[in-house]
Ligand binder design. Structure first.
Ligand code: NAP
Length: 254
């Protein structure tokens, strides 16, 4: 098998934004894709779009921070497609605020979705990967892992995912399972639109500001990330593990 052809992939937070682009990209490359998201109808609609484009996909409604729902979701993927080779831990939320105004709930939900979600999904999925002696796990970090005003919760979770990635790479490598992370910069999605509104800006202004600040002179789009995920998810990338790849238009260089 080459690339992701005939592999089974589970993409969390796959109904929209980066996750939907990842699901579509993997399906276009021949993977059978399970789109998992909080809202089952949204997940099913994204899966239907993939199917309409000639791909193979199902939609699953589940909260990644709930062990029972993750178990049921993974069980369904394996029941429908007979395996689970690729997990993309992409589900995410923002609850931005300066630390002195951040509530305990804002802290907890961000930790639960990003960190506990990746823990539960990886723990459940790796059983199938280890048994098959083959797997690819890709975690969605962020440039915010390096620090970002108003995001102590999110930055902590995204930095935590990098440690999670490297440790899991050590543990699962002997079983043919690689674990890598993608750390996007500004990518235009519902999440960044909400951020723009919160800070009294617009997505157009934000895109323009980013374009002026990064070497490649444009804002990022979900396809920039889905292409990177597809690289890590491919069979040929089996000697690449424990890596964090920043996809930020070169912002980190400045
Ligand atoms: P998005 O458009 O908000 O999509 C995130 C998806 O995750 C939504 O469909 C959301 O559902 C879902 N989700 C939230 N909580 C969940 C849960 N508990 N269980 C299952 N699904 C859940 O965000 P995005 O911009 O595509 O971001 C995708 C990932 O990339 C996130 O991890 C984000 O932190 C990361 N990232 C994004 C950027 C960027 O600039 N956009 C930059 C760096 C990193 P609801 O809409 O129903 O909440």
């Amino acid at each position: 098998m080459a690339g992701v052809q005939d592999r089974v992939a589970l993409v969390t937070g796959g109904a929209q934004g980066i996750g939907a682009a990842v699901a579509a990209r993997l399906a276009a490359a021949g993977a059978k894709v399970a789109v998992l998201d909080l809202n089952e109808d949204s997940a099913a609609a994204t899966a239907a779009d993939i199917t309409a484009s000639g791909g193979t996909a199902i939609g699953i409604g589940a909260d990644v921070s709930r062990a029972d729902q993750v178990q049921a979701g993974v069980d369904r993927v394996v029941a429908e497609f007979g395996a689970l080779h690729i997990l993309v831990n992409n589900a995410g939320v923002l609850r931005d605020n300066m630390l002195f105004k951040m509530s305990e709930d804002d802290w907890d939900i961000v930790m639960n979705v990003h960190l506990k979600g990746a823990f539960l999904c990886s723990k459940t999925a790796q059983q199938h990967m280890v048994a098959a002696k083959y797997g690819r796990i890709v975690n969605m970090s962020s440039t915010s892992a390096l620090g970002n005003r108003g995001q102590t919760n999110y930055a902590t979770a995204k930095a935590g995912l990098q440690g999670f990635t490297k440790t899991l790479a050590i543990e699962l490598g002997p079983f043919g399972v690689t674990v890598n992370a993608v750390a996007p910069g500004f990518i235009e999605t519902a999440m960044t639109k909400a951020t723009a509104e919160r800070i009294g800006s617009t997505i157009d202004q934000m895109r323009e500001a980013v374009a002026g600040a990064v070497p490649v002179r444009r804002g990022g789009v979900p396809e920039d990330i889905s292409n990177t995920v597809a690289f890590f998810a491919g069979e040929e990338s089996g000697y690449v593990t424990g890596q964090v790849l920043y996809v930020d238009g070169g912002r980190g260089l400045l």
